[in-house]
Design a protein around this ligand. Structure first.
Ligand SMILES: [Zn+2]
Ligand SMILES: [Zn+2]
Length: 254
């Protein structure tokens, strides 16, 4: 017990330091409130404003705004940064008309994810949450069309806002894989509770061909040494998730 408390204290102290450092540069600094009964792994969602749990679900609240610079922030925001040139997939960037808004999200995610007997498709809108609190979206654009027409509007960190301002990632969250974590790191969770990892594993690039129809597989990971089903983000369509959730999804609300 004592060891656990010490570890939490150290984590909190580290969190405070990072908050203090960020304050001068960022206008969207978040302070996370985490209940004592929340399993350690969810504390990796550093962009959450609060994380709580009951016997069945973890509740992750975020404001959905990225902690990195974006051309989609208002020019008056300290995180605004102009961008032009090449974005995801070697495409020439073309800005969409939207701008980033804060959203009060609650992601309700099963604490003990299980394979669902009947798999359900993902919907448009959030399908999960990433480490910085920005939602993951699926591989389709607004009209359930392939994403190809939207990719040109991915910003310097490969996210973009919807018409109503919700910033989101359809593909690898580049800031998380290159600045905050790594290409092989845990990057978040889908709504069914299964974790999402980056595009490399054991030093090799993960391809769609090595994953199942839901874009995952089962093996040991750093956070789950006994093995768990997990999704991987890859560089080609469907990027994060394939033919739906492997488990039974929780919900999100705003
Ligand atoms: Zn989108
Ligand atoms: Zn894996």
């Amino acid at each position: 017990m004592k060891r656990t408390q010490t570890a939490i204290t150290v984590l909190l102290a580290a969190g405070m330091i990072s908050v203090a450092c960020k304050k001068s540069a960022d206008s969207t600094t978040t302070t996370t409130t985490v209940d004592a009964n929340v399993p350690e792994v969810y504390k990796k969602i550093y962009g959450a404003t609060s994380i709580t749990a009951d016997g069945s679900y973890v509740y992750i609240k975020t404001n959905g705004t990225p902690d990195h610079k974006s051309v989609y922030y208002a020019t008056s925001n300290s995180l605004y940064e102009n961008f032009s040139g090449t974005t995801f997939g070697g495409n020439t960037f073309s800005k969409n008309p939207n701008s980033i808004s804060s959203v009060s999200y609650t992601f309700k995610i099963p604490l003990n994810p299980q394979s669902a007997a009947n798999k359900s498709a993902t919907s448009l809108g959030p399908i999960g949450v990433s480490l910085n609190g920005v939602p993951f979206f699926n591989q389709y654009a607004n009209t359930n069309q392939p994403l190809s027409g939207e990719i040109v509007s991915f910003d310097q960190w490969w996210g973009h806002p919807a018409p109503t301002g919700e910033y989101h990632y359809h593909v690898e969250p580049l800031y998380l894989t290159t600045v905050k974590a790594s290409k092989s790191a845990l990057l978040g969770f889908l709504l069914d509770g299964f974790p999402v990892y980056g595009p490399t594993e054991n030093g090799a690039t993960v391809t769609n061909a090595s994953l199942d129809a839901y874009h995952g597989h089962t093996s040991a990971t750093t956070e789950y040494p006994n093995g768990i089903y997990h999704y991987h983000i890859t560089s080609s369509d469907p990027y994060i998730n394939g033919s739906g959730y492997y488990g039974t999804p929780g919900t999100w609300s705003r």
